[in-house]
Design a protein around this ligand. Structure first.
Ligand code: PGA
Length: 266
């Protein structure tokens, strides 16, 4: 069972080489136990490799092409990202689903391409406020996951999922830990039912208004493998605080992290 938490920062279209250096300085001074990575805009990947190479901080990208290579102007391939030492790539973020019309099929194809290139895809799933209010969360998550399962098959086990309810992103309305647990439990049940994957086989992060004050409470649960952090990942001290919280939660003995079963979840 995975007890090491994972912290992923999503810089979105923010940041600079100077900001990468500021993070490297802090990360070098303040080494943390579990894994953390910053997903930066493509033009910053090369600098991330140069400045984070000597630190425990890893780096990744925020999107990749579903194609391997060729006449796709403006696209960036998973292999190019991997060549710059990246370990992760976010795919299917709600801002790309909404702003670029990305479909579940395209997202699954991107995840497949990322895996083939040796990257770990972080696949974002989640419902919007209307779907939540209409009690459609499970339907939406199942639809998003089924396509992924169909395309990836057993290799789904190598993907990291990020449950990011759209109403929690950038809004300050963090989902309550109980709701996060219930939803992560439901996702684990779907993975078990439809793909035969036992609990904890696939890491499931939570994302949406995570900050230093709530990260520890969210990550205490065994159902939460870590966090995907937007706004708070732009500030080195905030990001380090979240990383510290993840390290503390990773150190909790496995028996205190016994998975919540369907019955105990009620
Ligand atoms: P937020 O963003 O932490 O600023 O809410 C999360 C995300 O969009 O991945």
């Amino acid at each position: 069972m995975t007890v090491q938490k994972l912290v992923i920062g999503n810089w979105k279209m923010n940041g600079s080489i100077a900001q990468l250096r500021a993070f490297a300085d802090v990360a070098l001074r303040d080494v943390r136990g579990c894994e953390a990575a910053l997903c930066v805009p493509h033009p910053l990947l090369h600098a991330a490799q140069a400045v984070f190479g000597a630190t425990r901080l890893r780096w990744g990208a925020q999107d990749c092409s579903a194609e391997e290579e060729g006449a796709f102007t403006g696209e960036v391939s998973a292999r190019m990202i991997r060549e710059l030492g990246a370990r992760y790539v976010i795919v299917g973020h709600s801002e790309r689903r909404a702003g670029h019309g990305e479909t579940d099929g395209q997202i699954a194809a991107k995840a497949q391409r990322a895996l083939a290139a040796g990257l770990t895809p972080i696949v974002c799933i989640g419902e919007n406020a209307e779907e939540r209010d209409g009690e459609q969360t499970a339907v939406v998550l199942r639809r998003q996951l089924l396509q992924l399962m169909r395309v990836l098959g057993r290799t789904l086990a190598s993907v990291v999922l990020a449950y990011e309810p759209l109403w929690a992103i950038g809004s300050g309305n963090t989902a309550a830990p109980g709701l996060i647990d219930d939803t992560h439990g439901a996702i684990a049940d779907m993975l078990a039912f439809h793909a035969g994957l036992s609990a904890h086989t696939v890491r499931i992060l939570y994302g949406g208004s995570v900050h230093p004050r709530n990260a520890g409470a969210i990550m205490t649960s065994s159902l939460v493998s870590g966090v995907l952090v937007g706004g708070a990942s732009l500030e080195p001290t905030d990001f380090m605080e979240i990383w510290k919280a993840a390290t503390r939660c990773s150190a909790i003995a496995p028996q205190r992290l016994a998975p919540i079963t369907a019955t105990s979840r009620g």
